[in-house]
Design a binder for this molecule. Structure first.
Ligand code: NAD
Ligand code: USQ
Length: 398
């Protein structure tokens, strides 16, 4: 299969590109390298020493003989070049990771809010418009997020995979309807993913595009069998207050003896998935596309749920590090339950990596190995959801 991986230089996109290439697909990465530029803007770097994209691709070819192409292109700004790329390369499928993906970054300033909406919504719409304009039958797999559903909306009922069956009362009795699960975004970033959903619903209905939207939980872990082949293929590991996600941050904090930065009571329950399962899920989604005329196919790409304070306690017990309860810089429920339906990937053969198996490997092979690269001034989350919210002081590292 010929596959374009949009955002293929990023944390999920790079290991996915290698995995798809490894199993025989013809992969082209399309990326504007904006994530690397944001690192420069934030004056922070991946904990792991990631190599330039050209070197990554050269090393993959040296080691495996397999070729991955790279196109430097901005999906939001360079529509004509993207359409031309589709006409020339005629891909069977597109995997779309190419968006600004950090909630704290999206809330840090007016400029960042506007950038996130412009980049994500324009980029996604350009992809859809270009598929229609070329007339090619390209299956699109997009990375959505569990955050489109929000937290706590449906109480203890499991969050369905995309659609909710509702009863509409009418004078002639109740009408049963299937609707997109109500959107309840918690940041400007999550808001863009709820807007993406509506774009997909429209283009499926109007143009019969074939679209799969993967509502992924928080990805943890770093390496896949392919990125672990050579240090020059290593995946990125974000630990800073904007891009670092909670579990990877806690692992890195434990490795350097920094108190674990729990926001508020840590009663927030979130969904998680290991990066090795992310790449398998993308493969499964590519192998099981919807038919033309179907509505967007939605999968919940999640393997486990955890409460933030339970994760902190688990890591504290394993490593002896302290837990710090900090003022929460976000506006979010202090405590929530999370019950998620996740049957579809399991039914299609996903065999998950659970926290209990992967944590120690991650601490030893990544967090401890690269701890000297950490800049401790970048750990505390400084982006606040509303002006005037309290931020935390730097915590002393032992
Ligand atoms: P990332 O920032 O590491 O990678 C995104 C890549 O897209 C980067 O390489 C960036 O340069 C590129 N990009 C951004 N805007 C672009 C544009 N306009 N044109 C071309 N390239 C562009 O993010 P990630 O963690 O790999 O996430 C990938 C996708 O998965 C995102 O859409 C994100 O919302 C979703 N997701 C991520 C997680 C997670 O925990 N990391 C969880 C759920 C969903
Ligand atoms: N949190 C802490 N301490 C920290 C960092 C985070 O307590 O040091 C808390 C946050 O307040 C939040 C929870 O942990 O309650 C999760 O935060 P996160 O930064 O790990 O995850 P989030 O902002 O939701 O975003 C990440 C990815 C995003 C993806 C999303 C999946 O950056 O791309 O869409 O996870 S989900 O959360 O399921 O929507």
């Amino acid at each position: 299969m010929k596959v374009l991986v949009l955002g293929g230089d990023g944390f999920c996109g790079w290991p996915t590109s290698l995995h798809l290439s490894d199993i025989g697909h013809d992969v082209t990465i399309v990326d504007n390298l904006s994530r690397r530029e944001i690192d420069l803007e934030l004056e922070v770097d991946s904990l792991t020493p990631i190599r330039p994209i050209g070197e990554r691709i050269r090393v993959w070819k040296e080691l495996t003989g397999k070729e991955i192409s790279f196109v430097h292109l901005d999906l939001a700004q360079e529509y004509d070049r993207f359409e031309q790329l589709l006409r020339e390369s005629r891909p069977d499928a597109i995997v779309h990771f190419g968006e600004q993906r950090a909630a704290p970054y999206s809330m840090r300033s007016t400029i960042a809010k506007r950038y996130t909406v412009d980049n994500n919504v324009r980029g996604t719409h350009n992809v859809l418009a270009a598929i229609v304009s070329t007339g090619l039958d390209i299956a699109l797999v997009h990375l959505g997020t569990m955050g489109v559903y929000g937290y706590g909306w449906s109480g203890s009922a499991p969050i369905p995979e995309g659609y909710l069956t509702v009863k509409v009362p009418t004078p002639d009795g109740d009408l049963e309807r299937e609707i997109l699960h109500p959107a309840n975004p918690g940041s400007v970033y999550h808001l863009t993913k709820t807007l993406d959903q509506l774009l997909f619903a429209f283009y499926c209905a109007n143009d019969q595009l074939r679209i799969t939207d993967l509502h992924q939980g928080i990805v943890w872990g770093t390496q896949t069998p392919q990125t672990a082949l050579d240090e020059r293929l290593i995946n990125r590991f974000d630990y800073d207050g904007d891009y670092g996600t909670v579990l990877n941050r806690f692992l890195m904090q434990a490795a350097i003896g920094h108190p674990l930065t729990v926001h508020g009571t840590g009663g927030q329950t979130r969904a998680f998935i290991h990066i090795r399962d992310t790449v398998r899920c993308i493969q499964i989604a590519l192998e099981n596309p919807p038919q033309r005329g179907e509505k967007p196919m939605v999968f919940n790409q999640v393997t486990e749920t955890y409460r933030v304070r339970d994760l902190a306690e688990l890591i504290a017990k394993l490593t002896g590090v302290e837990v710090a309860n900090l003022p929460n810089p976000r506006r979010e429920a202090a405590e929530n339950e999370l019950n998620v339906s996740r049957d579809r990937f399991l039914a299609l053969g996903l065999n998950p990596t659970f926290l209990s198996e992967g944590l120690l490997e991650e601490i030893r092979d990544i967090a401890e190995k690269y701890r000297s690269r950490a800049d401790t001034t970048k750990i505390i989350a400084r982006s606040v959801w509303r002006q005037g919210m309290e931020t935390s002081p730097d915590l002393v590292t032992k």
